[in-house]
Design a protein around this ligand. Structure first.
Ligand code: Z5A
Length: 206
């Protein structure tokens, strides 16, 4: 592979993105593909500080402040980690990327899509994923998994069912080049096998 690939894992909370990222990273390594995993928001010192601000339950944030903070974190991660890794030929597995912003800040919070597109372009310099794996799961089911795992709900997870329904609709309806939907209500091994097939064909073609 001469140029790295950017692969985004997207979907509602509890859909199994982090679980899938671990499995795919292990498979890629077994196949001799240089790869690294990042999660959003986070991955640099500044982005981790922004993550705490965004996710800790506490004071509310204006929707526009929330959007710009997610994008500030993304700009730092893209410039310091993702672009250099892609330029060195690595595959980058991103646990959430721009589709999450469209789902949560436009779908969930109701912000204008053109505002998102313009600001996201500034944050990423137009770097979009080569492959987006969307894990489709009804939002109630994902939140139940998070609760069962004993994880306290963060500020955005605690935003209410109607918010999460709007978010899930954006994920469900996402279409475009490189977008592949997976039914995440099945067992994690079945989901991982299907995701690996979609990823392997891209890696081999690169
Ligand atoms: N956010 C935003 O609003 N705008 C943005 O632009 C971006 C993000 C980038 C990040 O939180 C929050 O930021 C997120 C969106 C928002 N908030 N919400 N809501 P995060 O990084 O802490 O959380 P997350 O991305 O939602 O991750 P998560 O809740 O941990 O979900 P996950 O990674 O998809 O799932 P998991 O950790 O792999 O699995 C969750 C549990 O389910 C765990 O116990 C697993 O063992 C279990 N699991 C996994 N797969 C399965 C299957 N197939 N069957 C049964 N059980 C399973």
């Amino acid at each position: 592979m001469t140029r790295g690939l950017l692969v985004a894992l997207e979907g509602p909370e509890g859909a199994g993105k982090s679980t899938l990222a671990r499995v795919l990273l292990a498979r890629l390594t077994e196949h001799g593909v240089r790869a690294l995993a990042v999660r959003e928001p986070g991955g640099t010192a500044a982005a981790e500080a922004i993550r705490r601000l965004l996710l800790e339950p506490g004071d509310s944030l204006e929707p526009a402040s929330e959007l710009l903070l997610f994008l500030a974190a993304r700009a730092d991660l893209v410039a310091k980690v993702i672009r250099p890794a892609l330029q060195s030929g690595s595959l980058v597995l991103a646990d959430r990327y721009e589709l999450s912003t469209e789902a949560y800040q436009c779908g969930g919070r109701g912000l204008d899509r053109n505002l998102f597109l313009t600001a996201n372009q500034a944050a990423t310099g137009g770097l979009s994923p080569d492959l987006t794996l969307v894990l489709d799961l009804p939002p109630g089911a994902g939140l139940e998994r998070v609760r069962k795992a004993g994880k306290p709900l963060d500020r955005i997870e605690g935003a209410g069912m109607e918010f999460h329904e709007r978010v899930a609709r954006v994920f469900r309806e996402a279409r475009g080049p490189g977008v592949v939907h997976l039914d995440a209500s099945r067992g994690s091994e079945v989901v991982a096998a299907e995701a690996w097939e979609a990823l392997r064909s891209r890696v081999m073609a690169a």
